[in-house]
Write a protein that binds this ligand. Structure first.
Ligand code: MEV
Length: 309
């Protein structure tokens, strides 16, 4: 059987970093930006090629099982009880790497689904989510689990570690623009930097994490009431708290400011920070001007995303 399996990228609306410390966060899937794993049966043992991930390939019995592709493949095969897999998997991803959009989780999820298909078994999302989380530890060190949860279930969520996941749905469509600084940044490093800050300046850092948590809850209420002004204000406030935590960068600040000056209702970095993307809340009549301003301010790529409606 040949075919393909996929998973979307994700964007964090509010709450990154604080979510690692059991605070809540809001995240949405990005259905238009996907990692796709095409699979076909073959005579030889399973091989995996990942064209958009330079130098990345893996072969059953010969490949390194400690890199993310190898780890996802070996974990999935073991979990599925599939001992002598044969076939070829080619992964292509439209999700920029190391840029806060969940590329690692999406590639792992698409790969897990393709392996299950080659092994002629179904893999329920709950099980896939747990496997992808294990691989996220290689990418992020101490991941909260929000990336894998958003990507595997492909649902907008209010996420808090250890609590039941709640889905979110605004009463009307909300539009966002994601703009890429073009600077790759490793989430593992920014998460480690916040952890260091928490050790060195516990009171101040804890209070910033608490402020992020309040902004998330206020944003959720605003989102569910379609109060775009309040939602935008909370996003911008969240950017300020993240900047205080040391995970913004001049390029992220420049893009966020450009978006707001051009009429966005709010803007903030999204994901691990120090590079990657900003996310801006826009209305239909300001989308064009915000897009233009982001381009002028140096955005490498701009993607539209929406929620509800
Ligand atoms: C990364 O997309 C979001 C962070 O909060 C890390 C995590 O939640 O694992 C920075």
């Amino acid at each position: 059987m040949r075919g393909s399996a996929s998973a979307p990228g994700k964007a964090i609306l509010l709450g990154e970093h604080a979510v690692v410390y059991t605070k809540p966060a809001l995240a949405i899937p990005l259905p238009q930006l996907r990692a796709v794993a095409s699979f076909r049966p073959a005579e030889q043992p399973l091989t995996i090629q990942a064209a958009d991930l330079p130098g990345r390939s893996w072969q059953w019995g010969a490949g390194d099982s400690s890199d993310p592709l190898g780890k996802m493949a070996t974990l999935s095969l073991r979990h599925l009880g599939c001992d002598a897999p044969k076939g070829e998997i080619t992964i292509r991803s439209a999700i920029p790497i190391a840029s806060g959009l969940g590329s690692g989780a999406a590639v792992s999820a698409a790969l897990g689904r393709a392996i299950a298909a080659l092994c002629h078994v179904e893999i329920p999302n709950v099980e896939l989510n747990a496997l992808v989380y294990e691989v996220e530890k290689l990418h992020h060190g101490t991941p909260s689990g929000i990336d894998n949860r958003t990507v595997v279930f492909e649902q907008p969520i209010y996420f808090q570690r250890g609590q039941p996941i709640e889905s979110i749905r605004p009463p009307r469509r909300l539009n966002f623009l994601l703009a890429d600084t073009g600077v790759p940044a490793l989430t593992r490093e920014t998460v480690a930097a916040v952890r260091r800050l928490l050790r060195e300046e516990p009171e101040r850092t804890q209070s910033q994490l608490d402020q992020i948590a309040s902004a998330v809850d206020s944003a959720r209420a605003a989102l569910e009431a379609a109060d775009v002004f309040r939602l935008g204000a909370m996003m911008t406030a969240n950017h300020g708290f993240l900047r205080d935590l040391g995970v913004s960068s001049p390029a992220l600040d420049t893009l966020a400011t450009a978006a707001i000056q051009a009429g966005a209702l709010g803007a903030k970095l999204s994901g691990g920070g120090r590079g990657g993307h900003i996310i801006a809340l826009v209305e239909a009549d300001t989308t064009w001007s915000v897009r233009q301003a982001l381009q002028t301010a140096g955005a490498l790529r701009i993607h539209a995303a929406s929620l509800g409606g």
